[in-house]
Ligand binder design. Structure first.
Ligand code: C5J
Length: 225
């Protein structure tokens, strides 16, 4: 049995590592890059960009071990047909979804700012899921891809911790996946929200799942092979 040293207790890897996928949530230019939508809204993007090397390291390990990798992008069709009016209305008054932003139309698929940052671009064989919601299971084929590949365990990374990452982890947990959120490979514009999310996820005996450092995750994978 191989365990990842985690909170609130050790996370057990399945005997077949191909059942474990890395899920990278919304590492998009508009959220992370200087001059993007996130920064235009007045957010401190340094909290988000700080995790890029750690996510990249995990991605390299999964690639080296030839394990499944999934990326997500939050974005909408150019005609906004997949964007509920409630989401469209929700704004702090500065920029709305679909309007021209610093790197193209905000949250529109195919726009420069909607792309995954260059450091984490998907390669052949990795699946990129475009999602219209915060959760990666809502109106996407993620669940069927995971089932088709026999994946039971998800190692989750990305941004933002309390929004798309947490929503996705809750959706995955309800669907029976064993989820671990990598503490130093997820970030929020609000560090206190990240901390609270980590705590609420692992509370009550891992009610939503586990958390662990990237170093502990990587060490366990290398112990395995
Ligand atoms: C994500 C957001 N990815 N904060 N989106 O968390 O709107």
């Amino acid at each position: 049995m191989v365990l990842i040293k985690a909170q609130p207790y050790n996370y057990e890897l399945p005997s077949d590592l191909q059942k474990v996928a890395l899920l990278i949530i919304d590492m998009q230019r508009d959220f992370l890059e200087p001059g993007g939508f996130g920064e235009a809204l007045g957010n401190d993007i340094s909290h988000l960009s700080a995790i890029i090397p750690t996510v990249k390291r995990l991605l390299e390990v999964f690639r080296e071990l030839q394990l499944p990798v999934f990326h997500t992008i939050e974005g909408h069709q150019p005609d906004l047909s997949d964007c509920p009016p409630s989401k469209l209305r929700r704004t702090n008054g500065k920029l709305k979804i679909g309007e021209p932003g610093p790197m193209g139309r905000i949250l529109i698929l195919g726009e420069p700012g909607n792309a995954i940052i260059p450091q984490l671009q998907a390669i052949a064989g990795e699946i990129v899921i475009s999602k219209p919601g915060k959760g990666a299971f809502y109106q996407t084929h993620l669940e069927s891809y995971l089932h088709k590949q026999g994946i039971t365990h998800l190692i989750i990374t990305g941004v933002t911790t309390e929004v798309c990452v947490q929503t996705t982890m809750r959706e995955a947990n309800d669907r029976g996946f064993e989820c671990l959120l990598v503490e130093d490979a997820t970030a929020s514009y609000f560090p206190e929200f990240k901390q609270s999310t980590l705590e609420m996820i692992r509370a009550q005996g891992a009610i939503i799942g586990w958390t662990a450092s990237a170093a502990n995750v990587i060490q366990a994978f290398y112990n395995y092979v």
